[in-house]
Design a protein around this ligand. Structure first.
Ligand code: SAM
Length: 261
């Protein structure tokens, strides 16, 4: 296949079960586990800091995943999730109605509960996320209103993990997508982005998805240019000599920024 695989490729070929089994199973494999621990730890720090909280959080490009929302539900009353593909939204909805059998989230739930001090049992944490999610919407970050035809009010926080670099074919698209998702955020609100740096592809089973190999500097400068202050950026560098055939990222990042009022 040649060219950048865009949103239609996701609609046709993105398999939620294989995606979750490939990237979210704590398997005792140190690289995969370390990377997941990095993301979960940094999101737990951000959402338990007391500084990033409010009524509503909108998650963009949720996929079939819940891991990135587990700490967010401590800080936001309402969580709106969104994704481009029908299958991902159906799978999320199945998890929401407690009917999903495609993935066992309990190891990740237990890990997040431990990170947060072990005060609540993991099943209670899962229920509290279910209670917080109020809408599962179709979304396209390449549209000026990503949730078109639904007009959402501006939220206190916008979160997006591994989405922009997976969907945008070049830097111009990436900046346009940042502007698009930014329309969903109140002035003074927080943007939390997490994802891969230097990545050109990843695979889900036998299917290859393109990625835009962004740098942390590019993301920071783009955000500053469209009206954000950067609060923190944490990096997970891929260990030297580690060759992965399912993705070629050089690092992962978790970034917190604030939209200027
Ligand atoms: C790598 S997955 C990330 C999923 C999830 N956020 C996570 O961290 O596991 C990329 C997601 O972007 C979604 N996506 C593809 N095209 C999109 C678009 N135009 N707008 C919004 N999301 C899109 C895909 O359906 C997929 O769920």
């Amino acid at each position: 296949m040649s060219g950048f695989t865009g949103p239609d490729h996701y609609q046709k070929f993105f398999d939620p079960k294989i995606y979750l089994e490939t990237y979210f199973r704590l398997a005792g494999d140190s690289m995969g586990d370390d990377l997941l621990h990095f993301i979960l730890k940094n999101l737990a720090q951000i959402f338990n800091s007391g500084n990033v909280k409010g009524e509503t959080l909108i998650d963009i490009g949720t996929g079939p995943s819940i891991h990135h929302l587990l700490s967010a539900c401590n800080a936001f009353k309402n969580i709106i999730v969104s994704d481009f593909t029908d299958r991902n939204r159906e799978e999320f909805q199945a998890w929401l109605s407690n009917k999903s059998t495609i993935f066992d989230w309990s190891p990740i739930l237990k890990h997040v509960c431990q990170l947060e001090g072990g005060r609540i049992p993991w099943a209670e944490k899962e229920d509290s996320l279910r209670r917080a999610v109020t809408q599962v919407l179709k979304c396209d970050i390449l549209k000026s209103n990503p949730t078109d035809p639904v007009e959402l009010g501006q939220a206190d926080c916008v979160l997006s993990c591994l989405c922009l670099e997976s969907v945008c074919k070049d830097e111009e698209d990436y900046i346009a997508a940042l502007n698009n998702i930014s329309t969903l955020l109140k002035p003074g609100g927080h943007l939390v982005l997490a994802g891969a740096l230097g990545n050109t592809f990843y695979t889900v089973g036998a299917v290859r998805f393109s990625a835009l190999p962004v740098t942390d500097d590019f993301i920071k400068q783009s955000l500053i240019a469209i009206g954000y202050d950067i609060i923190s950026v944490e990096l997970f560098q891929k260990p030297e000599g580690c060759v992965e055939d399912i993705a070629d990222f050089t690092a992962h990042y978790v970034l917190l920024a604030r939209k200027r009022a």
